[in-house]
Ligand binder design. Structure first.
Ligand SMILES: NC(=O)c1ccc[n+]([C@@H]2O[C@H](COP(=O)([O-])OP(=O)(O)OC[C@H]3O[C@@H](n4cnc5c(N)ncnc54)[C@H](O)[C@@H]3O)[C@@H](O)[C@H]2O)c1
Length: 349
């Protein structure tokens, strides 16, 4: 299959690009290379005859038309987005422009391309979204988000993703474009941009700095190793039913404090301190406004209908992640030098 991947120089997109090429798919990576885009994430496949790169912005409709016509893909796998909740609190405008208007442009460009080729049944448009569109769950409850959970986004990031999800649903119902939609829990793993929680903790620990935890650390997230997410997306692309949505999750709920403590235990083993534990440096910092209490995904549909299951357990995934950051200092040093990275954001004032 020839897949046009948008956002393929980001964290999740690059895992998709690397896996798709490894499985023999041709990949065209369309990425604007914003502050979050990093060509080094796909360096391992850059010389493959299966790989092409197009620097383009999904807000630029003419560029999308040109790239679709030039490469004639069988499918679009759409991951390009502004993705950092704290940044969305400080500057929501670009989240609406990229996540909503950009997705609208891509849907329209794909619809024109698909119609121009006689509406092939096998064409696919897979839109990658987040569990954050469902809002927040109460602490301690057993309820999890399913594909029929109502939308209740509470941050500008989640609202922009929710809006784009609705556009995708409408383009399927109204125009018959063979769209699929996935909503996934928090990812972690190699190439995670240094401003997100897990890399912040690892890199601060390496530097001997405090390890910041928002609020009282009780917010619960459901974690999935990024390569398992990439595997799920290719599975949905190959076997999912157009018009259907699939929730993707690792069934690994951890409070932020428990997550940071687990990371400290791995760091104590892999990068021990002369004295004491990395956990001694945990500090509580002012919370993010509107910080959702708990996310949890019920992945029964993708498991039962498509036979997908995560392959990497949480402890194993954390060890792989810490080991990767320890071995790839050149990668993260270059990114932490980018303007504004590492500054506390999203305090809402
Ligand atoms: N990271 C997670 O835990 C997670 C979980 C569920 C869903 N998702 C979704 O997966 C997708 C990718 O997330 P990520 O964490 O890899 O994000 P990321 O910020 O690491 O990467 C985003 C990529 O998109 C590119 N991009 C941004 N704006 C663009 C534009 N206007 N035109 C073209 N390219 C543009 C960036 O250059 C970057 O390479 C997002 O849609 C996100 O909502 C992420």
């Amino acid at each position: 299959m020839k897949i046009l991947v948008t956002g393929g120089c980001g964290f999740v997109g690059s895992a998709v690009v690397r896996l798709a090429v490894a499985r023999g798919h041709a990949v065209v990576n369309l990425d604007a290379l914003t502050y979050a885009g990093c060509p080094a994430n796909v360096a391992s496949v850059a010389d493959s005859p299966l790989y092409r790169f197009e620097q383009a912005d999904i807000r630029d409709r003419a560029a999308l038309d040109r790239i679709l016509a030039a490469h004639a893909p069988d499918a679009v796998l759409h991951l390009a987005a502004e993705s950092h909740v704290d940044r969305s609190i400080d500057g929501p405008g670009v989240f609406v422009e990229t996540n909503v208007t950009g997705t609208f442009n891509l849907l329209e460009a794909a619809r024109g391309y698909w119609a121009g080729r006689g509406r092939p049944e096998a064409f696919r448009f897979l839109h990658v979204s987040t569990d954050e569109v469902f809002g927040t769950l109460p602490h301690g409850a057993s309820r999890r988000f399913t594909e029929t959970s109502p939308y209740d986004p509470r941050s500008p990031y989640a609202a922009s993703k929710a809006a784009s999800d609705h556009l995708v649903g409408a383009w399927f119902e109204t125009y018959g474009l063979p769209c699929l939609l996935t909503n996934c829990t928090n990812n972690y793993g190699p190439y995670h941009f240094p401003e997100k929680l897990i890399p912040v903790i690892i890199l601060n620990a390496i530097a001997g700095k405090d390890l910041p935890v928002y609020g009282d650390g009780t917010n619960v997230r459901d974690w999935l190793y990024v390569e398992d997410h990439a595997d799920a997306l290719l599975r949905v692309l190959e076997a999912g039913r157009p018009g259907r949505r699939y929730n993707i999750g690792g069934e690994t709920e951890r409070s932020n404090l428990d997550l940071v403590r687990a990371l400290c235990a791995v760091l104590d083993d892999m990068r021990p301190l002369a004295r004491g534990s990395h956990a001694d440096r945990i500090v509580f910092v002012p919370d993010r406004p509107g910080h959702d209490a708990r996310y949890a995904i019920d992945p029964a549909r993708i498991r039962d209908e498509l036979g997908w299951r995560p392959a990497v357990g949480f402890e194993d995934g954390l060890r792989r992640t810490v080991g990767w950051y320890l071995e790839n200092e050149g990668w993260w040093r270059a990114l932490t030098a980018r303007g504004g990275v590492g500054r506390r954001r999203g305090l809402g004032r």
